[in-house]
Design a binder for this molecule. Structure first.
Ligand SMILES: [Zn+2]
Length: 146
């Protein structure tokens, strides 16, 4: 897992899936809300839209986790309405939250920061070889150890 800094409008991506390094990929739209500031009650986001190379599995795996989380949450909700014990209800709700947290980490990339003054994005790449290639193709700015 590495952090890479790229231009916000003009990135050069390796010809492989950015999550698993697989050869079978297509360029897909990837949208993420990047937090600008948060006061607890109010959070302001920037919507970042990228076109990234990602395979079908990596593009959709987080949706499976989030879908499973929603299903477990629904069971908890139904159990609560059916008057089941609080322990039973909590078990399903906590399971739902755990799955949702896993699901968020299964997204193909993560946009960590959007520096508007420099028009640069800092993104997390989970695949080290892809990250190294991305750093090279975008003129460094990432992990200086390589
Ligand atoms: Zn993949």
């Amino acid at each position: 897992m590495k952090e890479v800094e790229v231009d916000a409008d003009d990135q050069h991506w390796p010809q492989k899936c950015c999550r698993c390094g697989g050869k079978a990929f297509s360029i897909r739209e990837y949208m993420e809300k990047v937090v600008i500031w948060s006061t607890g009650a109010v959070t302001k986001y920037d919507l970042v839209l990228l076109h990234i190379p990602v395979c079908g599995t990596c593009a959709s795996v987080h949706k499976i986790w989030l879908g499973a989380a929603a299903a477990l949450g629904a069971i908890g909700f139904i159990a609560n309405n059916a008057g089941k014990s609080i322990g039973f209800v909590l078990f399903w709700l906590v399971s739902a939250i755990v799955l949702a947290l896993v699901g968020v980490n299964k997204k193909p990339i993560k946009v960590l920061r959007f520096d508007k003054t420099r028009n640069r994005l800092r993104i997390r790449i989970y695949h080290d070889a892809v990250a190294a290639e991305l750093i090279r193709m975008n003129g460094g700015g990432g992990d200086k150890r390589r």
